[in-house]
Design a protein around this ligand. Structure first.
Ligand SMILES: *[C@@H]1O[C@H](CO)[C@@H](O)[C@H](O)[C@H]1NC(C)=O
Ligand SMILES: *[C@@H]1O[C@H](CO)[C@@H](O)[C@H](O)[C@H]1NC(C)=O
Ligand SMILES: [Zn+2]
Length: 354
């Protein structure tokens, strides 16, 4: 069983991307919200061989949601966490599961939620390594934000817009990056409707494609963060209409309304002073491509011939445009904000221009 599970990882390990892939077994991740994004997220982590998963959701599987991935019609009526645990255990019995079928925003359950986040690690009494927010409403996001600020728990947020054509992921390190009380949650401007954070009772469109993309981006970031490879994204948006992936980072706000956020900021500042930043020496990436007549830069190890075979005729791209998973250079240069001292309005205006 394990041999099968690790095949993809080991292929990666041989190419020198990962240091210690087996380490994935030592981590615990809490997934809050086991719907369109959360269920796929949990399945990916299960197949990667995560050590322990905690699943939180109050909802039941509904036949009306079968346009989404993961759940099956025969599971209709079961609680999402129960149905998910059953499926995931079958996929990989080596993962430990802990499920909670409740609404984290009620006072009693919130206390229990905090307790499990801080005690429910692989070794009981230790905190989880990461909390993933895969919920679809503002109240639940704020509950996670409050809990994580108080505990100093690193977490990642994910969201899909109501019109189903954009989404985002965001890494929140209490005291260091902006929490949900520091700044309004960021969404990708889809040039249609920016209201990503669904309110109770609003009927939303849903696409398994967008949810799958966002779950994939989220778990990719989780693996990069836990296994320490590549660049971990602070904020990565996805706009399906233009295939635009804006990324940025935003510092915590000293005037944040959440006192635990302000306390974490003080602690972070103290830590920064005690441990002066180690100069990060960036290793020069080996160039895997040669210049070609189209000005196409390959980021993957795909040869020009393979690329042509895969995509038919290579489009006549303007100079400087790259293919294979990167944002076009034109977009990167002017319209993506790396470090924002900039206001959210400026950022949104920039995104809208596209
Ligand atoms: C969850 O609990 C909150 C707070 O009691 C309540 O406002 C909300 O309606 C509940 N959600 C559901 C779906 O029961
Ligand atoms: C969750 O809340 C419900 C009702 O508010 C309560 O009956 C239940 O015991 C709570 N569960 C936990 C584990 O706190
Ligand atoms: Zn804050």
């Amino acid at each position: 069983m394990l041999a099968t599970i690790y095949i993809l990882f080991l292929a990666g390990a041989q190419s020198g991307i990962f240091n210690d892939v087996g380490k994935i077994r030592t981590f615990t991740v809490a997934v809050v919200g086991v719907g369109g994004v959360g269920s796929v997220t949990a399945e990916m982590l299960t197949r990667c061989g995560i050590g322990k998963l905690l699943l939180f959701d109050y909802d039941k599987v509904e036949l009306a949601n079968m346009n989404r991935l993961f759940f099956q019609p025969h599971q209709a009526g079961l609680s999402k966490v129960e149905a998910a645990e059953h499926t995931l255990r079958n996929i990989n019995p080596d993962v430990s599961f802990e499920t909670h079928n409740y609404n984290i925003t009620t006072m009693e359950n919130f206390t229990h939620f905090m307790d499990r986040i801080s005690q429910g690690g692989l070794e009981e009494g230790k905190p989880v390594d990461l909390v993933l927010s895969c919920v679809d409403n503002f109240e639940a996001r704020m509950a996670i934000n409050t809990a994580c600020n108080e505990l100093g728990q690193i977490w990642m947020e994910s969201g899909v817009s109501e019109n189903a054509v954009s989404g985002h992921i965001q890494l929140i390190i209490p005291g260091e990056t902006a929490c949900f009380a520091c700044a309004p949650p960021l969404v990708v401007a889809a040039n249609i409707d920016e209201k990503t954070l669904k309110r109770e009772g609003v009927c939303a469109a849903s696409l398994p494609t967008t949810m799958g993309v966002v779950a994939g981006l989220l778990v990719q970031n989780v693996l990069k963060y836990l296994l320490k490879f590549g660049t971990v994204s602070y904020y990565l948006g996805y706009n399906a209409m233009q295939d635009f992936f804006p990324s940025m980072a935003m510092k915590a706000n000293p005037q944040c309304n959440d006192r635990h956020c302000r306390r974490q900021q003080e602690e972070y500042k103290k830590k920064e002073v005690e441990q002066p930043k180690v100069e990060v020496v960036e290793e020069e990436e080996e160039v895997v491509h040669e210049d070609n007549e189209w000005g196409i830069e390959l980021v993957s190890e795909v040869t020009d011939a393979e690329l042509q075979a895969a995509s038919g005729t290579v489009p006549d791209l303007p100079e400087g445009i790259t293919v294979a998973y990167t944002i076009p250079a034109e977009v990167t240069s002017g319209d993506t904000v790396e470090e924002t001292e900039q206001s959210l309005e400026d950022l949104m205006a920039q995104m809208r221009k596209l």
